[in-house]
Structure formats: structure tokens, C-alpha cells
Design a protein around this ligand. Structure first.
Ligand SMILES: Nc1ncnc2c1ncn2[C@@H]1O[C@H](COP(=O)(O)OP(=O)(O)OP(=O)(O)O)[C@@H](O)[C@H]1O
Length: 272
């Protein structure tokens, strides 16, 4: 039998308290693993610690207890290998869209070293990513000239430009209308099928979680920990029409029941 591959992200017994011993306990004894190339969605009640979990995995905050290991290494500083996109696209207003997308290349090695000599190659790559999300022709525009959805697509390209092995998405489509959001789900799915990064997506949208993820993890109310997980059995590529099937809707409802129970501090016994 082939040896089991070590998970790409290993979170073991992590606790996190903001603001000293009397501060807010955001996470308590949270554990989860994510396989290399796996797409995991994290859902849960508001304020349960989802964004905190993202900050720990990317090394933006240290954990108070437990360990976070990514690609076999303990995370003890910000992870440059991760690509990140958040609810707010945070594009720099004085840079063109192309230059915004290329920003991580100025920071992350080995790209930083190679950028000057290979600028044309990197620009070509940025253009291809922009084209993949429907932004061909907008390279020289500034953020204020783009709609919110277009800015969000550009921020997704910026998260992907340095071929991140790990993609961390914290409600990246939360501020968008449903049509733009669904459009971006399909584009993100396409990007993931092509580039195969390991992805952790935080979302409040259960349909989004089931459409995109290989596995959905449900967190408890604060202090957060993983209460339940569901593997999403639907084959890829998934189509928006699939979201109307009884199987898809049943899974969304099951996750909703878990979150309702979590909000009341209850736990649904695992049927599996
Ligand atoms: N910088 C901070 N300082 C102090 N407390 C914080 C800080 N960031 C988050 N918290 C607290 O930690 C808890 C978890 O916050 P977090 O943002 O991780 O939750 P979340 O699940 O992402 O929330 P939401 O779903 O509403 O976005 C909350 O009670 C929040 O008030």
C-alpha cells in the first residue's frame, strides 16, 4: 500500500486569545488537516473565529497554544508562499490593475530576484490570469475605473500571480451581488482545476461552500473549533445548474442545521 501523504496544512489543538489573559478567547483546541491540492471551505456562526484561523495559518498572528504546520514546517512568521484574498479587494489606487496584480512578485522570492530580468514573462503571466477571469483589456485601468466585482477578480489574480501553493480566501465574494458571485465561483473553480493550489475558503454562503469545496468544515460558536465536516461528493467541473439538484440542496440544508445547532451551543451527533 502507498504511504499516506502528509497533510499540507496541519492544525493541531490550536487556541488563540486576543488581548492577554483577560482577552477574547477566539479559538479553543481547534484541529484540522488539509491535504495537498485539496479545497476546504470553513463555515460557522458569525464571530466564531474563522478569520482568526486564517490569520494563524498565514502566520499573521501567533497561536496561544497548539501548532500550525504548513508544508511540513511550523508557521512562526508570515507565510510568503500563501496567496490571500479578502472581502475587500484592497487594490492600491495609484497602481494600474496590471501593476496591482504583479505586486507579490516584488516581495516574494524567487520572483523578486528575477522580476527585473524577466519582466516581460511575468507581465505576460499577469495578463493571462486577468484574461482567465474576464479582465483582458483592463490591464492599464485603475481600481476606481472598475466595478467591485472586477476589482475582486483582480485581487484574485494578485493572490495567484506567484503560483502560491496555498490560497487563503476570507469571504472573497461576500460583498458582491449573487450573479457576479456565481460567475466568480465558476472562474475560481477553473483556476483551481488548472493551477491545483491547496485552498482554504472562509465563507458565510453555504451554497458557495458546497459548490467550490472538496470538504466543508463547520465551526462551533466562539471559542471556535471544528464541530463537523462533510465531504462534497459531486464531480467536477461543477455547474451552476447542479446547485438546484436535490442532492446539492440536501447537503446545504444539512450544513445549515449544523450551524443553527452551533449557534445555540448544541451539537448534532454525527450520522456517519
Ligand atoms: N484584533 C482583534 N482583537 C481583539 N479581538 C478580536 C480581534 N479580531 C477578532 N477578535 C474577536 O475574536 C472573535 C473571533 O473573530 P473572527 O474575526 O475570527 O471571527 P469570524 O468567525 O471570522 O467572524 P465573522 O464570521 O463575523 O467574520 C470575535 O469575538 C472577535 O470580536
Amino acid at each position: 500500500m502507498a504511504a499516506m501523504e502528509r497533510p499540507f496544512v496541519e492544525i493541531d489543538g490550536v487556541s488563540m486569545r486576543y488581548g492577554g489573559t483577560e482577552g477574547t478567547l477566539a479559538l479553543k483546541d481547534a484541529s484540522l488537516n488539509v491535504g495537498r491540492g485539496e479545497f476546504v471551505a470553513v463555515v460557522g456562526p458569525s464571530g466564531c473565529g474563522k478569520s482568526t484561523l486564517m490569520r494563524l495559518v498565514t502566520g499573521l498572528w501567533p497561536c496561544s497554544a497548539g501548532s500550525v504546520i504548513v508544508a511540513g514546517r511550523e508557521v512562526d512568521k508570515p507565510l510568503s508562499m500563501a496567496g490571500m484574498a479578502f472581502q475587500n479587494p484592497t487594490l492600491l489606487p495609484w497602481r494600474t490593475i496590471l501593476d496591482n496584480v504583479m505586486l507579490p512578485l516584488e516581495v516574494v522570492e524567487p520572483h523578486r530576484r528575477q522580476l527585473r530580468a524577466q519582466r516581460a514573462m511575468y507581465e505576460d503571466k499577469a495578463r493571462k490570469l486577468l484574461a482567465m477571469v474576464g479582465l483582458a483589456g483592463f490591464e492599464k485601468k485603475f481600481a476606481y475605473e472598475l466595478s467591485g466585482g472586477m476589482q475582486q477578480r483582480a485581487s484574485l489574480c494578485r493572490a495567484l500571480i506567484h503560483d502560491p501553493q496555498l490560497l487563503m480566501l476570507d469571504e472573497p465574494f461576500g460583498a458582491l451581488d449573487i450573479f457576479t458571485r456565481e460567475d466568480l465561483w465558476e472562474q475560481l473553480q477553473q483556476v483551481c482545476v488548472t493551477l491545483k493550489p491547496t485552498v482554504i475558503l472562509v465563507t458565510h454562503d453555504l451554497k458557495e461552500a458546497v459548490f467550490l469545496a472538496d470538504r466543508v468544515l463547520v465551526m462551533s460558536s466562539r471559542p471556535g473549533r471544528i464541530l463537523a465536516e462533510r465531504r462534497v461528493p459531486f464531480p467536477r467541473p461543477r455547474r451552476l445548474e447542479d446547485t438546484y439538484t436535490p442532492e446539492f440542496q440536501a447537503l446545504v440544508h444539512e450544513l445549515r442545521d449544523h450551524i443553527s445547532a452551533a449557534r445555540k451551543g448544541e451539537e448534532i451527533p454525527d450520522a456517519a
